[in-house]
Structure formats: structure tokens, C-alpha cells
Design a protein. Structure first.
Length: 358
């Protein structure tokens, strides 16, 4: 609206022919331009194999930029203003589940590569590397976006770091193979999933004090919260099911079975909170779960072994990172089908969606 008023003022100052009708047309065009700018978004994909991030335009669905960020980029987050991208990198070698103690001691691990790459998206380049402890896999931004809350996978820790100073704020021990990190939308707590013993730790988001610990089993991978903060949904890879947690009391209240060959991995909740989209890894698709009826209502084929998932800002499209096929699936969630594939770098892992900074 501010842009529309600006154009109207220009028209008056210039004596625009056509009077009120011309002003109305100019205003409508300006509002349309403002809406178009507001609708612009990008999909950011961390490519673990090629050490870079693919930037996909949300409208054209084409890769418009590739940004080198460091070794084994996995967890990925974009700032709320769309100006800064954060990507977890690791110099530890890729190994199978349960190998983290060996990875931490490995002579071939390049610990200098461990960190979080800070990318200036307008410049299209990495401008800083935060040292955030050993083997960061996933992380979350604090609510004020001044800190990162990190899962240090190979040493069984969660740590909190100041982005500006790069200093450690606090750290806490958790159980083996911490992976998923999700900030609660209304409480000052963070959920940390730990694969080895099937735990979810609930930690204070500033002090890292333990608030609760849930033993879910089944190698919990990620966490998706409802917008109101009342529920948390946790994919359990080996059960296979999605745990339902009362996120106000931090207690397990149920689950939704996801039949084999699905291996529940990443999760994204629709804006209205009804449908949960869960990548199924070796299952080769996305399971659509009705969280009210607590059942799978559809399965959507995607690329090979989809892992990271994210929704478009309007919730109309889902994007999955497909590691072995080196591409991203674009899924129309209303039609419940894949509508496009976008080639990216090697072994895409994580997906984040954010606004395009002007």
C-alpha cells in the first residue's frame, strides 16, 4: 500500500493525464508490483557431496545460483529477512548409523571444516565461518536470530553460540547422535532428537538446562511443531511411525503408523495444521498424514531417498531433497503429485525456503 500511495503522489505531481481513472490504474499496478515482490521466494538446498548450496527461484523453479560453502553441508536455515543463509558444514567422513564415536576419533576427519557457513545472499558468497564445536549436523536459529542452537552429532552434545562474537554461550550433554533441532514456536525451549537411544531432549533455549527427556525409540530424526505450539510431530525412522507429543507438557500422547517400506525422516506441517508431509527415505516418496484422524491418507512418489523437506510460503508446494538422484522434487500438495524435478548438486540433503531480499 505504501508503494501504491507513492506512485499516486508521483502521478499528481506530474499532472498525469486521465485524472482519477489514471490514478486508480497506477495504484492498481503498484499494488500488483508490491504483491509480486512479496510473493518472491527461493528454495535453498544443501548439497552434501559437492560442498555447495543450490539456490532455486520459487517461481521459475530453476537454479539461479550455486554457492560454495564448505565440506559436507547439511543443516540449513535462512534468516527471516532473506538476507543471510546459515549452513552446517562438517569435515567428518560419512559413515553409517552408530559409527559416531569412531567418526569423532577418525584420523581423516578435518575438524577445521566443522562449523556453520554464514552466506550473504545478496552477494551470493560465504562471508564467515562460525566455529560451533565438533561435527554440527542440524541447528536452529534463536528467536532473535542472534544465536545458533547446534546438534554436535559425533560427541553427543547440544551447544549454543553467539553469531556476532562466535563465542560459546553454553553446552549440554545429550545422548548419542543428536540430529534434529527445532525451536518451539511459543515457549523458550528447543527439541533435540537423538538417534542412538531414541531420545528427544527438551532444553531451555537460552541456558540449555534440561526441561524434559522423552524416550521414543525408533531413531527420531526431526521435529515439526504446530503453529500454536500445542503439538510436536517426530518421525521415528525404524518403527516406522510419527510420534505425537503434547508440546505444552512435553509428553508423548500418540503416534501415526507409516507402513513399510517407508522410513520416516523429514517433516513439514501444512499452514492450517491438518496435513503433515513426511519424507520416507528409502521408501522413495512423501507420506501425507492427517493429524486429526491420525492416519496416512496418501503417498506421493518423489526422487530417490527423499530426506530434507520444506513447504512454499503459501503451503501449495512441497520440496524434497533427493540424495542419490541429485535433484529436488516439486510436489503440488493439493493435486498430491510430483510436478517437476530440479537438478542440483551432489547428494542434496537439506531444504530451506525463504524470502528473496531486495
Amino acid at each position: 500500500m505504501r508503494i501504491a500511495k507513492f506512485f499516486c503522489s508521483l502521478a499528481l505531481a506530474a499532472g498525469l493525464p486521465g485524472g482519477p481513472a489514471a490514478l486508480a490504474e497506477a495504484s492498481a499496478k503498484a499494488e500488483g508490483s508490491a504483491a509480486s515482490a512479496a510473493a518472491r521466494y527461493a528454495i535453498y538446498v544443501s548439497n552434501e557431496g559437492s560442498g555447495d548450496v543450490s539456490v532455486i527461484d520459487g517461481m521459475s523453479r530453476e537454479v539461479v545460483k550455486t554457492i560454495p560453502v564448505g565440506k559436507r553441508p547439511r543443516g540449513i536455515e535462512v534468516s527471516s529477512d532473506g538476507r543471510t543463509l546459515y549452513v552446517a558444514t562438517s569435515g567428518s567422513p560419512r559413515m553409517g548409523p552408530g559409527a559416531d564415536p569412531e567418526r569423532a576419533k577418525s584420523a581423516v576427519a578435518d575438524k577445521s571444516a566443522d562449523g556453520i557457513a554464514v552466506v550473504d545472499l545478496r552477494a551470493g558468497a560465504r562471508v564467515k565461518q562460525l566455529r560451533v564445536g565438533s561435527d554440527p549436523e542440524e541447528f536452529a536459529l534463536s528467536r532473535d536470530e542472534r544465536r545458533v542452537i547446534v546438534a554436535n552429532e559425533d560427541i553427543g552434545e547440544a551447544s549454543i553460540w553467539d553469531i556476532e562474537t562466535g563465542k560459546l554461550v553454553v553446552k549440554a550433554e545429550v545422548t548419542g547422535e543428536p540430529e534434529g533441532v527445532a525451536l518451539h514456536p511459543t515457549r523458550e525451549v528447543v527439541y533435540i532428537t537423538c538417534e542412538e537411544e531414541g531420545d528427544v531432549f527438551v532444553l531451555h533455549a537460552e541456558t540449555a538446562d534440561r526441561v524434559a527427556k522423552l524416550r521414543l525409540g525408533g531413531r527420531p530424526r526431526t521435529v515439526a511443531f504446530s503453529a500454536d505450539g500445542k503439538r510436536a510431530y517426530v518421525p521415528l525412522e525404524t518403527k516406522p511411525e510419527v510420534a505425537i507429543v503434547d508440546a505444552e507438557r512435553d509428553v508423548l500422547i500418540g503416534s501415526i503408523a507409516v507402513p513399510p517400506p517407508a522410513l520416516p525422516m523429514g517433516a513439514a506441517l501444512a499452514p492450517d495444521g491438518r496435513m503433515l508431509y513426511v519424507s520416507t527415505g528409502r521408501g522413495g516418496g512423501v507420506a501425507v498424514l492427517d493429524v486429526t484422524e491420525r492416519r496416512v491418507v496418501a503417498n506421493i512418489a518423489a526422487g530417490e531417498r527423499p530426506w530434507g523437506v520444506a513447504l512454499s510460503p503459501d503451503g501449495a508446494f512441497l520440496f524434497t531433497a533427493n540424495g542419490p538422484s541429485n535433484d529436488v522434487s516439486v510436489i503440488d500438495v493439493n493435486a498430491r503429485r510430483e510436478v517437476a524435478r530440479v537438478k542440483v548438486g551432489e547428494r542434496p540433503w537439506g531444504v530451506a525456503v525463504g524470502p528473496v531480499a531486495e
